[in-house]
Write a new protein. Sequence first.
Length: 435
Amino acid sequence: MEHFTNTSYFFIPFSCGDPDNYRELINALECSNDWIKVNENIKYMLKYVADKIHETGNKPSRCCHFILNNNSRKISQYIGQFKCYYNDNEIKKEFKFNILEIHLYYFSTSVGIIAFKVHFNDNDPFVIANAQYYLKKVSRQNIYKNGSDESITFLDISKKIVEDLHFSQDFDFFFYSFPSNERANVLSYLEVEPKDDYRKELYYLRRCYSNGFSYIRNPSQEKNEIFSLTKNITWGISSEAAVCLSCPQHNNPEFSKNTFYSNFTSQYLFMYILLLHQKYVLYLFLTQIGIGENNDLNKLEKYKSNLYEFETDFVFSCVTEVPQYQILYEKLSASFELEKMYTDVHEPLISLAEIRKKADEEEGKRRDDKLNFALILFSVLTLFSALTDSVSFAENIQNLSTCNKTMQILQIVFFAFIGLVSLTTFLLIIKSKKK
């Protein structure tokens, strides 16, 4: 793997309709000459995490990783040297960068991420932060390939590289954002000179701030957003970006330039992708559900099923026993405020319980109405039976002289009792039905 003194990844999220179409897009990517499938080598994560994500035995993978084929004639126009213009105090300036690779990650949740791997010509931290400030506005910032006057954006490129795939669903980029407000998350690696304090560089890099922002120290924020586990590696994180400053001259230059850089572009990159995927899926859940009475029982049941499946397959508190990975994972998760978002996506399940209760009550009322109707019919039939007996009794009245008087009195009392019970039952059922 070629080593670069700085490397940045710009992430473009998308969704592709129903999760049931997951295999269809994977097949389309595998059949395309423009994409090469990458067999992810997850070395430091726990086995149960890796097994749930990647294909094991007869169990299909829940995440596939592809890289754009740089040798494809169609694709080659999106790889190579680019430049970008911006205004600084009404002076037109430019910065140059290389798009080295374009990756595509797609998950069984129907959420995917396109990642642009970029190298800036200037290794100055403040120049890179300034450039990232413009490039993260992926739908508005025009870029120009060397030798061309035609402009394009990162979002335009993302749409063009998937438009020829034989896939029945549309790619919905930044499905949670209004048009022209799309902003990419950024992950960067930067080699720096030995220095006692990198807080100012990290202030700009971890937020992708331009030089138009004033440097303001905030010790309480720095405590959560800046940390270092080894002498030569310092991290800065925020909700929009994460940056790793590497100082090879501090200790073991070979490790920094080879082993660590390789891990950054594979292990750390994939961990960041997993966290971004969680964030984007939570956004997707929140955009899919309606408000109050717009949510019917079937829709909420489907929502619940998809949410629990997602949490089972992709949500982990502990992903590794290697401290430098686990600590970064926890800090990034906190910076994305995933815990608060999980509370939000579980709110509709309260509505589900209420709708279920209401549905059960309505079903119980329907059953009671049917039972009452049956009892009314039964009471009417009983009344008719009593009337029939009365006719028979009337015939017996005509023969009072021939009947035992005690028996006659008993027949009269029995008839009156049947008639009274039937009439009372009928009136009670009518009264309860009105309630």
